[in-house]
Design a protein around this ligand. Structure first.
Ligand code: 1GP
Length: 250
């Protein structure tokens, strides 16, 4: 078992919530990336995810090197496609998009990237990635050519997560989509959390401390925030503090 996954699992079992930031190499220039990394180090961020649904002029390698210049927080690839696999990272959320029915996102891209991932010696964390309807068509939904799970269909979300766990996936990631209008509903987080024993990640559209706390109380083990920090890096400290201090309410 990879050391990063061991830490995620240990924290989840102990009820210690964790906080990750998402850095999109397209949306932040290298100066901004360095500032995010420096701030993250100072406020106890647990992981830095790097990736994008569509990368145009950003550069994964330069982005990861810039992060590593300013902090020693584990960097996890959060790849939108096979081109984003990079050996400079510490690990990879090896995402299988289990809420969708696009074979390329379920297994095809993994077959293509497998030799690269193996030779990069990344810590591989098999992750069941689930898109949840969030009020608008998100880039990830469009790019993956998949329909998100409807917001009120908690039973579909729970059964999908259960199937993912029984197939051997190690994490469930409930994703509203970067910049989503609405976050993943609390009731759905709760339904999924009650259905599986593996840790649950929640992200997409979280802009306030209150939203992060709500997701944690509903059962999220790890919160991911990206977009809002590009505009307001100062919010990182209060988000990190709030997540680390919140406990689940059953
Ligand atoms: C997206 O869950 C992450 O993949 C983070 O979303 O950018 O909306 O915070 P935001």
């Amino acid at each position: 078992m990879s050391t990063i996954y061991k830490e995620i699992l240990k924290s989840a079992k102990a009820g210690r919530k964790q906080f990750a930031i998402l850095v999109d190499p397209d949306k932040s220039n290298l100066e901004e990336v360095r500032e995010l990394a420096f701030t993250a180090q100072g406020c106890g961020v647990d992981y830095i995810l790097v990736g994008s649904s569509l990368l145009t002029d950003g550069n994964m390698e330069r982005c990861i090197s810039s992060i590593k210049e300013f902090c020693n927080i584990p960097v996890l690839l959060f790849p939108g496609n096979t081109l984003q696999v990079n050996p400079l990272a510490d690990g990879i959320l090896y995402l299988s998009l289990i809420s969708g029915r696009n074979p390329d996102m379920l297994i095809g891209n993994h077959v293509i990237s497998a030799p690269l991932v193996r030779s990069a010696e990344l810590q591989v964390i098999p992750t069941g990635y689930m898109l949840i309807e969030s009020g608008n068509i998100t880039t990830v939904s469009y790019m993956s050519n998949t329909i998100p799970i409807p917001r009120k269909k908690n039973e579909i979300a729970a059964c999908t997560a259960m199937a993912g766990e029984m197939l051997g996936l190690k994490l469930i990631y409930l994703e509203a989509g970067s910049g989503a209008k609405e976050t993943v509903p609390d009731k759905m987080i709760r339904a999924v959390k009650e259905s599986v024993k593996i840790p649950v990640i929640v992200g997409g559209g979280i802009r306030t401390v209150g939203q992060a706390e709500e997701a944690c109380r509903a059962g999220a083990d790890l919160i991911v925030v990206g977009n809002v920090l590009e505009k307001d890096p100062g919010l990182m400290e209060s988000l990190s503090l709030a997540v680390h201090e919140t406990v689940s309410v059953s």
